[in-house]
Design a protein around this ligand. Sequence first.
Ligand code: FMN
Length: 165
Amino acid sequence: MTYEIVFDSVTGNTKLLAEKIKECMENGECSYFGSPAEAPAQADMIFAGFWTDKGSCSESMRTFLEGLKDKDVFLFGTAGFGGMQEYFEQILGRVEAYIPESCTVKGTFMCQGRMQEGVKHRYEAMLEQNPADERIKAMLANFEKALPHPDSGDLQELEEGLKKL
Ligand SMILES: Cc1cc2nc3c(=O)[nH]c(=O)nc-3n(C[C@H](O)[C@H](O)[C@H](O)COP(=O)(O)O)c2cc1C
């Protein structure tokens, strides 16, 4: 079996998952590892990884997914907000909808991914304006929670998911 690992990763979180997939997939041949823009989309199996951009994947990943035909797909991604599987399922549902019906989604995986310091500064500035705002406090708490992710537990969970393929 040949497979391609096609991923979009601005700050490296999703790339960590892509590397883990490459490490775990001992059987078969990885014919491509890189961004969607250059991906040949020729292999039997496509591992498609995205970072969450406003509740969905990026435009380049969307274009790539929409162009797939007759492929087995494993969809994986990272999101800044996490902790709730339902939230991940919502995002996965939106991204899966871009995959044509001729393809089969063989598995999915999502975990939290750390966000950039600028996001924290923005939240802190918001909290200064509204010191009692519980929503902003929760966003700051989530920022801290996301910092270690993807962590070894996330990678382990991904590995378990890959074993089911
Ligand atoms: C412009 C922008 C939009 C984002 N939108 C969301 C979002 O809607 N939901 C979410 O949970 N995380 C969002 N995030 C956080 C990223 O999806 C998250 O940090 C991800 O792990 C980044 O992955 P990467 O390191 O592979 O680029 C956003 C980040 C940026 C920069």
